[in-house]
Structure formats: C-alpha cells, structure tokens
Design a binder for this molecule. Structure first.
Ligand code: ARG
Length: 461
C-alpha cells in the first residue's frame, strides 16, 4: 500500500530501508502536545475564517483531545509507516472522526507545522531550564551567605594566588548563571514568532488569520516571510549555543568539585547522597555526578556542532535534512536539565572543611600581595619595587621553611629597613580577605551584601 497521506501518485510502497531512514516518529513523538495544540489553534482559526465549518472544527478539536489523552495514557499506537508525529496524529484523527479530519490540513503543510511544533517545544524547554537555573542560583546564594566568611585558597594556574571566601567563589557562579539565563531569554524572544500559516514555503491563497493562531499559541506575532519561516532553525542553534555555554559553566564547577573533594586537597566533602563507591576499592567516595556533568558538556556542545553542520549548506526552503534537528537538541537540552538538577543537589550537599581550607589558603605565600600592598600604602614605595622586596622576603621565608607571618622582623628589615611589626597585621588570611573590599571583591561584608541582593532578586522571580 502506498502512503495514505501523500501516496496519490505512487503505485508501490517504500522499501523497508526507505521507511526506516525516513521515519522520525521515535524522536518527534515528543512533540505530540505541541502538535495537538497547534492543530487545535489552526482548526479553530479555519472555522472562524469560514474556511471550514464550525461543526468540522469542533469534531477536529474533540478528536484531538481524545488523541492527547490516548497518548498520555500510553495507549496510542505510533506507526513508523506514518513517518512522523504529524501524520500519526492526523491518521488517528481520521479513524476517530472520519472525513472531517481531512480538512485540518487545509492551508497548512508539515513544513510550517513542524517549525511551529518544534519552536513551541524549544520554548517550553527553555522555560523549564530557566526555572531550574533560578533554583540553582538560589542554592548557590544560600550556600554563599552561609560561607561568607569561610576562607579558601584562590588559585590562578591552579597555584595558590590569594585567599578568597567560599561565598565569593559560589557567587561567581550565580553571575554566570544569570548570563546564561539572559542568553536563553534572548533566544526565547527571537524564536517567539509563529510560522503557522506559512504553509509549504510560499504562503497560501486561503484567507488565514495568522495573528489569531499566533496569539492562541502564545507567540508574539506571526513570522513575516513564509520562506524564512519554514527554513529557519536559528532557534535550535541559538538554544543549543546558550545550552553549551551554560554546560561549560556547570562543567567548570563540576571540575572544581572533583578537585575540592579529592583526598589530595581534602577541602570539601560530598555526602553519601552524591558519591558512589568502587566495586573493588572499599575506601572510595567517587564524585560521579560531577564527573558526568563534566562529560555531558561534550554531548551538549556536540549537538550544537551537529545542527550547525546540518544547516550550513541548505538552500531555502525546507529540506529533509532539517528533520535531523530534533534528536540532538532533545538529547542535549534533556542532558542540560539533568546537569542543572545534579549541580543544584551537589551545591546544597557539599560541606567545606573550614579548617583545612583556611590552612590551604595560607600556604604558598598567599598573602604576599598583601605584604607588597602594605609597603606601598605605609612606606610609599612604588608597587614594582614593593613587589621586588616582597619577592626577596618570600625567598628568605621559603629558604627557612617558614610561612610569611612567621618570618622574623629582623629578616624583613635586612631587606627593607623601614618595615615595622605593624606588617604582621596584614599577613593573616582573614585580614587579607577582609581588606579586599573594593566593589566586587571577596571581603565577607561584600559577599553578604551581594548575597542579600541576589536573594531579593531571586525571590522576586
Ligand atoms: N518529520 C518532518 C521533520 O521533522 C516533518 C516535515 C516534513 N515535511 C516534508 N515535506 N517532508 O522535519
């Protein structure tokens, strides 16, 4: 039997391989909710415009509602021979309501239908991701406020640089997530134009009201060019670009969690809820969730790469290549949602070992910059020279195996005679972080202020 939907000019059915390569139902069945919503909006508009009768439209709507409940109840028989979700739904509609079903596709093509459905799906997904990111920001902020005073080593090149507070470190990720949310919000704004009614590529001769279907589906307006509407997959690329950047951020925190919880640093601990054991080494507490977040970033970035490759050589308008837009995007955005949830859980769960962090913060001459700054401030020595003097003091300290605050005053004075014992006040890690109170700096009072600011913003939603 040739295809029910388009088989008019065909005399035999497709080869089994043709059917398999052509089918997208295993992937696009996830669009069923959006497909049914868009079909209902289209049918209602066709009736309002006098293109189909009100009776047909109401039969169509009733049938579509039945199909929705069948799918949700897991009672719908998706058929590969019907290629995709659009034809599966329409074919079932014909079984349920008879000839009126055939009127639904008036002034519509699968090309505008799939663009509409997928935009709605991406939009719903972005909304879910935004809410999850807000929850993640809340977890980070609450932890940051709790640890506004908890000192830890700040690193550059993974070498001890200057002491920072754990709260400050966590709030850095709140900022990143805010930019990520901004990127998703921007993508959502640009995607929110309805392709429905663009038909196959050229528009239609039927007197549609595209504003009406756009509004019914929560779009801001109809798209302005029918060729662009059916050819556009920017919204997929843009959502995946935002997802990739967000995943990169999550992956960096995941990597930090791996470092912090390694016995080599022992700076923090994840509870049993977020660690796993080894089948052979009984002592192990592996940070698998963090490692998987790090790894899934590769899949997410890969999905962006693959849609870009699919689209790059396509002339206008719809090409079947574009059917390959969904699998990677659905996988990647699903993976991102899972990563956000896992990171939120880990941030709530993680507990720093404050004493170890403080000790580590003071190691590696982390307050050397504080000493140089003191020479500038108190002795009016130019910074470059102060840097040099401090370098010599660090060298002496290192030779003697002493931390900076234990170097005898005489040793310092042998290098710079004007140094007084006042200098010791700036050499502790606590003093160091307290002093860094420039706007955006790590001082606990700044962290508390910023934390409160974020709480207020996040509570407002
Ligand atoms: N399953 C198709 C897709 O996802 C729907 C559009 C098909 N249009 C067509 N003219 N073959 O892209």
């Amino acid at each position: 039997m040739s295809n029910k939907m388009w088989g008019g000019r065909f005399s035999s059915s497709p080869d089994a391989i043709m059917e398999t390569i052509n089918a997208s139902i295993d992937v696009d069945r996830h669009l069923y909710r959006q497909d049914i919503a868009a079909s209902k909006a289209h049918a209602a508009m066709l009736a309002d415009q006098g293109i189909i009768t009100a009776g047909d439209a109401s039969q169509i709507a009733g049938g579509l509602d039945t199909i929705l409940s069948e799918i949700e109840a897991g009672k719908f028989n998706f058929q590969r021979a019907l290629e995709d979700v659009h034809m599966n739904v329409e074919s079932r509609l014909a079984e349920l309501i008879g000839p009126a079903a055939g009127r639904l596709h008036t002034a519509r093509s699968r090309n505008d239908q799939v663009a509409t459905d997928f935009k709605l799906w991406v939009r719903d997904t972005i909304d879910g991701i935004d809410a999850a990111l807000a929850d993640f920001q809340m977890a980070l902020t609450e932890k940051a406020i709790e640890h506004a005073d908890t000192v830890m080593p700040g690193l550059t090149h993974l070498q001890t640089a200057q002491p920072v507070t754990f709260g400050h470190h966590l709030l850095a990720y709140v900022e990143m997530m805010e930019r990520d949310r901004g990127r998703f919000t921007d993508a959502r704004k640009r995607l929110n134009e309805s392709p429905l009614g663009s038909a196959a590529l050229a528009g239609t001769s039927f007197p549609l009201d595209r504003e009406k279907t756009a509004k019914a589906l929560g779009f801001d307006r109809p798209t302005g060019n029918s060729l662009d509407a059916v050819s556009d997959r920017d919204f997929v690329m843009e959502a995946l670009a935002a997802a990739t950047i967000c995943a990169v951020h999550l992956s960096r925190l995941a990597e930090e969690i791996v470092i912090w919880t390694s016995p080599l640093t022992g700076l923090m601990r994840l509870s049993d809820k977020f660690t796993t054991g080894s089948s052979i080494m009984p002592q192990k507490r592996n940070p698998d969730a963090a490692e998987l977040v790090r790894a899934k970033t590769g899949r997410i970035a890969g999905a962006l790469q693959s849609i870009v490759m699919v689209m790059k050589g396509l002339p206008l308008a719809y090409q079947k290549d574009m059917q390959e837009d969904k699998e990677g995007a659905m996988d990647a955005l699903g993976a991102l949602s899972l990563c956000i949830a896992a990171m939120t859980g880990m941030v709530r769960d993680i507990e720093p070992d404050a004493a170890r962090m403080k000790k580590a913060a003071g190691e590696g001459y982390a307050t050397a910059t504080d000493l140089a700054d003191w020479l500038v401030r108190e002795l009016n020595i130019p910074f470059r020279q102060a840097h040099h003097i401090t370098g010599s003091i660090v060298a002496e300290a290192s030779k003697a195996g002493l931390p900076l605050h234990r170097v005898p005053l005489e040793t310092m004075q042998a290098i710079e005679p004007k140094i007084t014992d006042e200098v010791f006040k700036v050499l502790s890690v606590d003093r160091s972080v307290q002093s860094r109170d420039s706007y955006g700096g790590t001082a606990p009072k700044n962290v508390r202020l910023q934390g409160k600011r974020w709480l207020k913003r996040l509570e407002k939603g």
